[in-house]
Design a protein. Sequence first.
Length: 399
Amino acid sequence: MTINYRHSPGAQPSPPAARSTGTLQERLAPRLDDLPPKVPYSATVSRDDTERRWRILKNHLEWMEVLADWHTLDKAEAFQGNIENFIGTLKMPVGLAGPLRVNGLFAHGDYYVPLATTEAALVASYSRGAQVISEAGGCSALLLEEGVSRAPAFAFQTLAECGAFVGWASSQLDEFHQVAERTTRYGRLADMSIDAHSPVRPRYYFVEGNFSGDKKASAQSFLSVRGKKVSAEVVIPSGMVEQRLHTTPQRMAEYFQMGALGGVLSGTLGVQGHFANGLAALYIACGQDAACVAESAVGVTRFEVTPEGNLYGTVTMPNVIVGTVGGGTRLPSQRACLELLGLFGPGNAQALAELIAGLCLAGELSLTAALCSGDFARAHQNLARATPGPIATGQARHG
């Protein structure tokens, strides 16, 4: 681990608490005194279990009404299978962006997109981009490839054993297909690296060797696919760029060139402005695994001026991890958001991925235009400084 001396603890003024309670070594030393009560593990979601857990937090019971309000407790069983050690629910604001017209292979229609976020100006920006895309006739979107990898890792005593195992595994592809497809109704094996009845036994193995790129940005999945690889494109007439986005196609293309260079110099995987903003907001609203934003946000945005002087914009996203069945999609609020899109249930994941490509294109369009026109700082200044209302708490329930 490296650290600049200017940023080291010794170069900074110590906070009063640290100065009053001993040396740095004393502050950082292990403490073996009595621990507070452990949180009792339970996968059961019920009113009784919830209230029992809150008794551990007896110094914070006034917040129980906020996290475990009557509506949450009445619907507690709906969260069974999605959470352990349940204590309540979080309420996030959900905004609506659109309409977003998508002309895709799977997603084909006009969508009002629910986005859950606490960042002011985000929904407004994505909604503006979506509306401009729609007024230009919509974006074309295409699912290019699908595949989700796992990377089991095997350790052998010798190189010869390793080679024998690889040779055997390569000859068992048909059998692996049958075994894998018995485990799910929604997937099938495309390639494999599996240990089953091998004539050469590994010394040890792990179901995942951290080679798949799961929930992290990786060069491997950027160059191939992890989840769904999708692309979307749109052509915006120059007059619309000037009237609706307050800039020009030429300036948008100039920003893309500078932003691409900045991405290269900073070592990013791909070149894009803020895929993570739209992805996180939609993933949370629609019951996706929010941690997958780490890999889903890898991709490329491009803006060019067409020979006719119009603006061409496109995004390509090779790692969109989404689903429309199981997991968080079955929770009441998240299902409602998917139902608003008309994309809840089996057979809709491909359409959701194409929609996401269009949404991220809308966000790139609006962000780049705001940076070109000077609207970026003004929008955040105007929308992010509203005075919040008071936090309401009820009478704490003890039981």
